[in-house]
Design a binder for this molecule. Structure first.
Ligand code: ZN
Ligand code: ZN
Length: 740
């Protein structure tokens, strides 16, 4: 017998090998019909999977229906099988690789025998899939010993699966398959009971992919699709995809002349054009003003720092894989030697002298060989036995006097400012703020618009405080972040308490008590502020836990933005001190915080959030003067001058176009307000006020128009045309779930 424990806590006994489906039937017909899969002791299984008691405890069982997020993954992976089956029917000889689920659907990697697949084939594949859904055949699981399994997939002509068995799966001994009619696939499962459970599906796109991600391996075609239990959810998802395309910041950035990327400057390095620079500047000034009010002090620091600085902070090993290569500076004498060697100008005594001056030994010391990042071979001969090219390498390698990094983080620089003068407890908290640009070497394949870049500016600040001040300061930074995001209309967010993971070597050296105390501090602030949050182990920075704001934008997508981090580690590593009331040295605590995170990424998100139509206070051009004819050119120029004098960002359209065309162009450029000026307005010193959202507000005195514009801009009012309703089934789960 097996004991089954249900979510309501009840315990029941069943014969060995009982199936979740039978248990569901025992509870009720409706549940049995609605069930899609089950979770047995934390593992998702098919409804027909026999449950066996491998241990003495009861099996905890939960039945999944279409309402459960886990069930959607099972449905989508099953739809990947259905798509593969349709492709095999239409394109005999097609080879299949992997077919996992993604955050928004599924894909299957395939190679056709004759020609590549194209999106033009989608209607035929979708029609075949619809036929498979209609037949509603069951997914049947069976197992084979690994040798038979290998022979079986070989006979099916699935060479990728053979290779995968040989590479990885052979260790399992027994492998499972799923059969659906004529189609059989090597798969760990689980699956929905039958194809009829798929409510709605759609094939989305095709991309290239490498077999097992190996760039030297065969190129496959990755066919993306999505599936839902309910057609309404699919429709909402497709509407969201369309809306996201319209809002793509890469397209809008180009259309609205906000930013550009030049291959000559480099990939992932953003060039802000005047209009984008205005928006960014307004955001920065908004934040700077707010920081001054809240007791922050501005600082500026350089873009590079010595490697030793980052070794002390611990950033160096941690960010090593995502850093630009180290800048190595040669000692002056080594430089003279190098130039002389290149030109063949130096005799041996001079070389010897310069070596000595540069502190370079004539034979390579053992310790210097194989240094990190050094490409040169280990020289076994003495310098004077080497040929010219090797001598040059030798000097380049051993003549380095200083090594610099493009800064990956601003913290170590700010720490040096804190440490530059003696600090008393009366000075604390010290809050140092800087829009600091940092550099990370992202793989070129991962670069994308403003969201994945190689250089970005953090709206960074570091607070140094006493242990007693931690909670209050942490709370103040949380409130600042809420205020700043709220001012931009980003009010729909949740919080994540990112903790350390004792198993992860990244946190080695993190003293258990200190970490727990920091996590407790954050937890108590979040509780005190009554902010709902979830906890995530392994998401903390290497120096401390943090609270992350996860924002949902107006079309339902989630972004991680502002972050507030608590740090007991870096003050320790740098030996920071202040003098306490007891006249003794004490160690301060650090808070790292950035409400926007990165200016580049935040601007990308804002462009998409507002669909390029910035509210008046942020718009690069706030108001445009549109003269009806050149007879009113003089008056319209006076309007322009008065707008400028009032501090509004404005321009005038003096082209000999019809007023309708001028209005249309201003609309396309998403200018918030247009002031139309004709003969009557010139005579009465009025303007016709056209708002981007409300339309025509009629004629009004020029003074009144300017006062209205100033008031709306200063109040930082946010008015937006309503986007389509956010899709309910949006998910944050971005992990790929591989079934085998
Ligand atoms: Zn499968
Ligand atoms: Zn920091």
């Amino acid at each position: 017998m097996v004991q089954i424990k249900l979510p309501d806590g009840s315990l029941k006994e069943f014969p060995e090998g009982v199936r979740p489906r039978e248990i569901a039937e025992g509870i009720g017909r409706r549940l049995a019909d609605a069930a899609v899969a089950a979770v047995a002791d934390g593992t998702i299984v098919d409804l027909d999977r026999p449950l066996e008691n491998g241990h003495d405890q009861p099996i905890e069982l939960r039945l999944l229906t279409s309402k459960d997020r886990e069930a959607l993954d099972v449905l989508r992976h099953s739809t990947a099988h259905i798509m593969a089956r349709a492709i095999m029917r239409l394109f005999p000889g097609a080879k299949l690789a992997f077919g996992p689920t993604t955050a928004t659907g599924f894909y299957y990697d395939v190679v056709l025998a004759g020609r590549p697949l194209s999106e033009d084939d989608f209607p035929a594949i979708e029609a075949e899939m619809a036929a498979i859904l209609k037949a509603a055949e069951p997914f049947e699981r069976f197992s084979l010993p690994v040798d038979e399994a290998r022979q079986f997939v070989d006979e099916l002509g699935q060479s990728f699966k053979v290779e995968h068995i040989n590479d990885e799966l052979h260790k399992y001994g027994i492998l499972s398959f799923y059969r659906q009619g004529e189609f059989v696939d090597l798969c760990r499962g689980p699956h929905i009971p039958h194809a009829g459970k798929v409510g709605a599906f759609k094939l989305m796109s095709i991309a290239g992919a490498y077999w097992k991600g190996r760039t030297d391996g065969p190129v496959l075609q990755r066919v993306y699709g999505t599936a839902y239990f309910d057609k309404k959810e699919l429709d909402a998802f497709l509407a969201q995809v369309e809306e996201a395309k319209k809002r793509d910041h890469r397209r809008l950035g180009k259309d609205l002349n906000l930013f550009t990327i030049s291959q000559l400057v480099g990939s992932g390095l953003i060039l802000w054009m005047p209009k984008g620079a205005v928006v960014r500047g307004v955001l920065e000034n908004f934040l700077k003003d707010e920081l001054m009010k809240r007791g922050y002090q501005p600082v500026y620091t350089p873009h590079i720092g010595k490697v030793e600085l980052y070794k002390t902070s611990g950033h160096y090993p941690y960010y090593k894989d995502s850093q630009f290569p180290v800048l190595r500076l040669l000692d002056d004498a080594a430089m003279t030697l190098l130039v002389g060697l290149e030109k063949d100008e130096l005799d041996e005594p001079t070389q010897k002298l310069l070596l000595a001056k540069a502190g370079i030994p004539e034979t390579m010391p053992q310790a210097k060989t194989g240094q990190e990042g050094q490409l040169a071979p280990a020289f076994t001969d003495s310098f004077f036995a080497l040929d010219k090219a090797s001598k040059i390498k030798y000097v380049e390698q051993l003549g380095v006097s200083e090594e610099y990094l493009l800064k990956p983080m601003n913290c170590p620089h700010h720490i040096q400012i804190f440490a530059a003068q003696p600090r008393s407890y009366r000075d604390l908290p010290v809050r140092l703020a800087e829009f600091g640009t940092v550099y990370r070497y992202e793989q070129s394949g991962e670069l994308s618009g403003l969201t994945r870049v190689r250089g970005f500016t953090q709206d960074d600040a570091h607070l140094f405080c006493t242990v007693d001040q931690v909670r209050e300061e942490f709370r103040a930074t949380m409130e600042l972040t809420q205020f700043v995001l709220g001012s931009l209309g980003l009010t729909d967010y949740k919080l994540r308490l990112s903790k350390h993971d004792p198993e992860d070597p990244k946190y080695a050296g993190a003293a258990g008590d200190t970490w727990r105390r920091a996590e407790d501090d954050i937890r108590s602030v979040l509780d005190e502020m009554k902010l709902p949050y979830e906890e995530a182990a392994g998401e903390a920075a290497f120096y401390g836990p943090k609270a992350d704001f996860i924002i949902r934008d107006c079309i339902g997508r989630q972004w991680q933005l502002g972050t507030v981090q608590l740090d007991y580690v870096l003050p320790e590593r740098f030996g920071l001190e202040y003098t306490g009331p007891d006249n003794q040295p004490h160690r301060p605590v650090m808070i790292h915080r950035a409400p926007f995170g990165s200016m580049e990424r935040f601007m990308g998100i804002l462009i998409e959030h507002f669909a390029g139509a910035f509210p008046l206070w942020l718009a690069p051009e706030q108001v445009r003067v549109l003269p009806i004819s050149d007879k009113v050119a003089d008056y319209s120029k006076r309007v322009l001058a008065e707008l400028q004098a009032a501090g509004l960002r404005t321009s005038i359209d003096l082209r000999p176009e019809k007023i309708g065309a001028k209005i249309r162009d201003a609309q396309l450029e998403k200018i918030p307000v247009m002031l139309v000026v004709g003969a009557k307005e010139a005579e009465q010193t009025t303007v016709s006020y056209r708002d981007r959202i409300d339309g025509d507000r009629g004629a009004m005195p020029l003074d009144q128009a300017i006062a209205q514009l100033k008031a709306e801009s200063e109040a930082r009012t946010i008015r937006q045309t309503a986007p389509p309703a956010a899709i309910p089934a949006a998910t944050e789960d971005t992990t790929e779930k591989h079934a085998y």
